[in-house]
Ligand binder design. Structure first.
Ligand code: ZN
Length: 269
């Protein structure tokens, strides 16, 4: 079964847990170009195409990088402009953030943008209004709903686990597998760094046996143990920094054990 692999294209200082305001992002050390090139090399080695959810701010800062990703045959989708959580935005501010993201990202590429992923997966029960705004801007699928109750900031605990039609959009939820009645995330990010690889692998195999392709995601900063270290509360530090030195080798193992492609191809668009 072909699974989907996706990259949320943002730099280390864009991550929500770090709480660095967008006004000072320009002053931070830019590490996304070298990290993304390493990712592109790995994907090329495994002859795998991925979906890149590009943050508009990044497209504006390093447009040539977005062009380079497209030239290598990957799908470009959008992650909004400013990485503001949807739970902190009004429908109006969300729509202008999305418009700005699409404008600056489309300027770097030739393909249409049909996919969206909310910052920190913040399409929740409180922000479902966003799903009505997306199709007005050419978005055909959303990959923002985490159907779990495992995280305090996001998740719709009873949302469907499979890809499904939701109004005018196709919803591509992040992967979870039920174990003893609990929905355990197995599609990447912090879970991929915290769980032993053998656990991720067996949960992913189970998802595939149930007929569900895995929707996997990671960030360029997750393969970068050399990134600047911030003083953070213990739980946030754990979420951001744990096992950064293991992600790249695990990713190589993952691409050896499973077959991946873009989200667009998995859903047949
Ligand atoms: Zn993000």
């Amino acid at each position: 079964m072909k699974n989907a692999i996706s990259v949320d294209l943002e730099d280390w200082f864009c991550a929500y847990n770090l709480e660095i305001p967008i006004e000072v992002w320009n002053k931070q050390e830019l590490r996304i170009v070298s990290n993304t090139r390493r990712i592109l090399e790995i994907l090329m080695k495994f002859n795998t195409k991925a979906t890149f959810f590009v943050l508009g701010w990044i497209a504006e800062r390093v447009p040539a990088l977005i062009h380079e990703i497209e030239e290598q045959g990957h799908e470009i989708a959008t992650h909004g402009y400013s990485h503001t959580l949807l739970t902190d935005m009004s429908p109006q501010s969300f729509e202008s953030d999305l418009e700005k993201a699409l404008q600056v990202t489309k300027a770097c590429i030739n393909q249409p943008i049909i996919g969206f992923r909310a910052p920190s997966f913040t399409i929740t029960d409180k922000t479902l209004w966003a799903l009505d705004i997306l199709p007005k801007h050419g978005i055909k699928y959303d990959s923002s709903i985490f159907p779990t109750s495992m995280h305090p900031d996001y998740g719709i605990p009873n949302a469907p686990l499979s890809i499904h039609q939701r109004g005018r959009l196709i919803e591509v939820p992040l992967s979870c597998v039920e174990v003893l009645g609990r929905r355990i995330p197995c599609g990447g990010g912090g879970y991929f760094r915290v769980f032993p690889y053998s656990l991720t692998k067996s949960l992913m195999r189970k998802s595939n046996r149930l007929g569900r392709p895995v929707i996997f995601y990671f960030h360029p900063w997750e393969i970068d143990p050399g990134q600047p270290r911030m003083q953070l509360p213990r739980l946030k530090a754990f979420r951001h920094y744990f096992n950064l030195n293991k992600t790249e080798s695990r990713l190589t193992q993952l691409l050896t054990d499973f077959e991946f492609t873009t989200i667009k191809e998995v859903i047949g668009l």
